[in-house]
Design a protein around this ligand. Structure first.
Ligand SMILES: [Zn+2]
Length: 149
C-alpha cells in the first residue's frame, strides 16, 4: 500500500521531532498531502492507525489537508486547477504545463504532550520552529517528508 510508505515516512519525522521535544505523547499531527501523490485520505488514516497502534502516537488527532493540483501553462502563462488525470490548459489547450502544487508530502505541525511541565498546554499549531523542549508543546517540523521508494 502506497499510503503505508508515506505514513511511515511521516511518522519517522514526527517521532524525531517529538523525541527532540522530550514528549511522552503525540496529541495532534497536521499534514499537507498533494493529490498528485495519489494518496487517498482514508488509506492514510488507516495506515496511521495501523502504524501507531500501541505507540505513544496512538490516538493522536490526524489532520490531513489534501492539496489540489495546480499548474501553470508554459504557452500562455495561465494558472489553473485540475485533477490527477487531466492537465490541459483551459485557455489555449496546451499540454505544456508546469505543476505548481499537488505533490506535497509535508508535515505542517505536530502537538505533543511534555511531562513534568506546569505550563504545559496543548499549544496551537502555529509553526514557531521551537523544538527546544522546555515549555513548548508545539514542535514545528515544517519539512517535506523524504521517502525511500
Ligand atoms: Zn495556455
Amino acid at each position: 500500500m502506497h499510503e503505508l510508505g508515506i505514513m511511515s515516512g511521516v511518522l519517522d519525522a514526527v517521532d524525531k521531532s517529538a523525541k527532540q521535544a522530550q514528549a511522552d505523547k503525540v496529541l495532534k499531527i497536521s499534514l499537507s498531502i498533494g493529490v498528485m501523490t495519489e494518496a487517498i485520505e482514508d488509506s492514510l488514516r488507516f495506515a496511521f492507525e495501523a502504524l501507531t497502534e500501541g505507540t505513544y502516537m496512538e490516538g493522536a488527532d490526524l489532520e490531513i489537508n489534501m492539496v489540489e493540483p495546480r499548474s501553470r501553462c508554459l504557452e500562455c502563462g495561465k494558472e489553473f486547477n485540475h485533477d490527477r488525470f487531466h492537465v490541459l490548459c483551459p485557455e489555449c489547450g496546451s499540454f505544456a504545463t508546469e505543476l505548481l502544487q499537488g505533490r506535497e508530502m509535508q508535515i505542517d505541525s505536530i502537538e505533543v504532550d511534555i511531562p513534568d511541565d506546569v505550563s504545559n498546554t496543548s499549544a496551537d499549531s502555529t509553526p514557531t520552529g521551537s523544538t527546544n523542549g522546555d515549555s513548548s508543546a508545539s514542535a514545528d517540523v515544517g519539512s517535506a517528508v523524504s521517502l525511500t521508494d
